[in-house]
Design a protein around this ligand. Structure first.
Ligand SMILES: Nc1ncnc2c1ncn2[C@@H]1O[C@H](COP(=O)(O)OP(=O)(O)OP(=O)(O)O)[C@@H](O)[C@H]1O
Length: 682
């Protein structure tokens, strides 16, 4: 039988049944799996000159044993072995913890190689790696794999060697030669050798470049393949809207659209009218005016005889949308209805009947909109606000609902480009990157917690000028109950402080939705002057007269979340202020607060957030829908991602890719992923 990559690892020399089971426990079944198990770091065993090695750095030295090793037993299974080594002109101490059995291998005069942390002051090496013999017999770089204590690194490397020898000459190259040459990346067999048995750090770097590019290219081919297949095969409803009516509606609005809004409205309208089913993400920075764009698109589809739906993640936000859209659209004979979990059973039944009969043109609500018994007569456009708060599964339910409606996802969280490409890679993206004219930049200050009095004075000044303020309460992770307690405390302190002058309201997630509505209404009508709240006001709340935002414990929030909170002010023409109270202990924490005071640009903050917190945390673990990469890292490999994205697009649109032999493997991977058959890889 000729050796193949798909053979079981037990075919390899030296891998018996027991080892096979151990590898199995690591998720490694075939020879290919083994080769594709990449090290997570490499150990540097190059000899170093001790005169030039800084304190606390890892070093490898070669030395002659100059003294009898001494052992000190420190208790059960604990020992300290010490020996003097002569390395060049240096006489150093080498210390080994819990390895007293090495004593026998260090007779006077033998040469050994040790690696460990260098204590410059004490001229001592705390040894973590020992080799009896001179350095020449050991390689300079050794990969370190994630083996979860299942087996020794050395054993694993031996199996890796067997695997490489076993498959020599059998690796099929998935990238065409031109690409290898153009990007100066090593071919597959060479790259595997370089990553598992590198001769220098440069080897590791070059090999890594290859695997990262390959992984991202395959990923991009899949994502874009899905998008392309959808456009070609999945026909959406054609929304043949009435342009004149839409224009009249736009003219009726109390403001002129920004250029970005005009551009996005155009993008949406073109797509609505086409047979392509819309699957689009609308990203806009806080306050950039997404709601009106949504309203125009919905109105357009209503003029063509379709129904619209708008879904928001919180009841407050859904209500606010309902109020705004009703105000704009009802004068144009649009019937707007609201549905949430707290809609009473009787009202719900009648609402569902009116929806199914087509009497309701636009349904606005929360998750309640995706219940199975909510049936539209003729849905043309479904919009969800705050995309990333909905799980992947909900996205699917929504998309599968009704007669293939067009779907628009809106998010107020600017998403770093790399993440947008990956998480929403199969969607089209529109961006609102301009704020309405006349907005003043929010002034942001970062203060220590004890500086509260001057902050309250400043707040009072704003209140006296007829403006309103938000106070966001200390956040206690994972404890909604304690958050509420904090809000209650802050509320009573401020009520006391402003007694007889200003009304202070309290808002938190545990209030009944009727109470929340009442408070929100009082705040937006100006009867409540200061709104003390937990983060429930984070998204979407729009009260343009509010100009002052105070955030307690700001250090506990992510940058994007702070930006969202801050975005509740600065929504009108007046100068607004945001005060962050925080006492961060770490440099990273300080840097985050500093960044907040320096920029109001959500996209810049999002990039920074990603850089500081990493991709996994950006969306929050659970709902991220983040694809997992074996080797690529979205924070550092964004350039490769961009290249891969462009290359994938070019390839999918060329006939050569679909026919040429050199793309056979990539094509096979694409087909195997199901991307072309309309199956999604969520
Ligand atoms: N072109 C415009 N000119 C002036 N004001 C506008 C314009 N577009 C929207 N607005 C107003 O700006 C405010 C913010 O708009 P909107 O609530 O749609 O923002 P958003 O993008 O949803 O932001 P967020 O995500 O922060 O809620 C609203 O009061 C809205 O009426």
């Amino acid at each position: 039988m000729t050796p193949s990559l798909h053979d079981s690892v037990t075919e390899l020399k030296g891998v018996g049944k027991a080892a096979g089971e151990q590898l199995e426990a690591l998720g490694i079944h075939s020879v290919y799996d083994l080769l594709m198990s990449f090290p997570y770091r490499h150990e540097d065993f190059r000899l170093k000159d001790l005169t030039e090695t800084p304190h606390n750095e890892r070093v490898t030295i070669e030395g002659r044993v100059e003294s009898e090793p001494t052992i000190l037993f420190l208790g059960k299974n604990r020992s300290r072995l010490q020996v003097r080594l002569l390395a060049g002109r240096h006489l150093v101490k080498a210390v080994f913890f819990n390895q007293h059995y090495l004593k026998a291998r260090m007779t006077l005069g033998t040469v050994v190689t040790v690696t460990g942390k260098w204590d410059r002051g004490r001229q001592l090496i705390n040894v973590s790696n020992f080799h009896d013999g001179p350095k020449t017999e050991q390689s300079d770089f050794e990969p370190v794999y994630s083996l979860k204590s299942v087996m020794h690194q050395k054993t694993f490397r031996r199996f890796m060697r067997s695997a490489l020898d076993y498959t020599e000459g059998k690796h099929e190259e998935s990238l065409p030669n031109d690409t290898l040459v153009a990007y100066r990346i090593p071919a597959i067999s060479e790259a595997l050798e370089m990553v598992h048995f590198p001769k220098s750090p440069e080897d590791v770097k070059q090999a890594r470049r290859r695997f990262v590019y390959e992984e991202l290219l395959v990923f991009q081919l899949k994502m874009q393949g899905i998008k392309k297949a959808r456009k070609e095969t999945e026909l959406g409803v054609v929304v043949d809207y009435d342009l004149e009516k839409v224009k009249v509606f736009i003219e009726s609005l109390p403001f002129e659209l920004t250029n970005a809004q005009k551009r996005v409205v155009n993008e949406l309208c073109v797509e609505l009218k086409s047979t392509v089913r819309m699957n689009r993400l609308l990203q806009g920075d806080v306050g950039s005016g997404k709601t009106v764009v949504a309203a125009i698109a919905i109105y357009a589809s209503i003029t063509a005889g379709f129904q619209g739906a708008l879904m928001a993640p919180t009841e407050i936000l859904a209500e606010q949308h309902a109020a705004t859209l009703a105000e704009w659209l009802e004068p144009f004979n649009v019937t707007v209805a609201f549905l949430s979990g707290s809609t009473k059973a009787k009202a719900r039944v009648s609402l569902l009947e009116r929806l199914e009969s087509g009497e309701i043109d636009l349904l606005i609500g929360t998750h309640a909109l995706i219940q199975p018994d909510v049936v539209f007569k003729n849905p043309g456009l479904v919009i969800t606000d705050e995309q990333h708060r909905f799980g992947v599964e909900q996205r699917r339910v929504l998309r599968d609902k009704g007669l293939n409606p067009n779907v628009l996802f809106m998010t107020a969280t600017p998403i770093p480009r790399t993440l947008a490409i990956t998480v929403f890679g199969e969607m089209d993206v529109s961006v609102l990157d301009e704020l309405p004219a006349g907005r003043k930049e929010i002034e942001t200050h970062w203060l220590k917690e004890e500086s509260i009095l001057p902050v309250l004075q400043k707040m009072e000044k704003e209140l006296r000028a007829g403006r309103q303020a938000y106070v966001i309460c200390p956040l206690i992770e994972e404890s909604d109950k304690l958050d509420v307690q904090n809000a209650v405390d802050v509320h009573s302190q401020l009520t006391q402080h402003f007694k007889g002058q200003f009304n202070v309201g309290l808002m938190h997630g545990r209030l009944h939705s009727d109470e929340k509505d009442a408070i929100m209404r009082e705040f937006s009508e100006g009867d409540i002057h200061v709104l003390v709240s937990t983060t429930v006001v984070e998204v979407g709340v729009n009260v343009p007269n509010a100009t002052f935002m105070l955030i307690y414990d700001a250090g506990r929030f992510g940058l994007s979340q702070l930006h969202q909170l801050r975005g509740r002010v600065g929504r009108g023409a007046d100068q607004s202020y945001c005060v962050l109270l925080a006492d961060p202990k770490t440099d990273e924490g300080k840097e985050r607060m500093q960044t907040m005071t320096e920029t109001n640009d959500g996209f810049v903050l999002a990039e920074k957030d990603l850089e500081l917190r990493g991709a996994g945390d950006f969306f929050g673990k659970k709902q991220s829908g983040m694809p997992e990469f074996k080797i690529a890292d979205l924070v550092h490999d964004f350039r490769a991602l961009d290249t891969a994205r462009k290359d994938a697009e070019k390839l999918l649109n060329s006939t050569y890719f679909w026919e040429a032999d050199e793309y056979k493997i990539l094509r096979q991977q694409l087909e195997a992923s199901g991307a072309l058959g309309n199956e999604r890889i969520d």
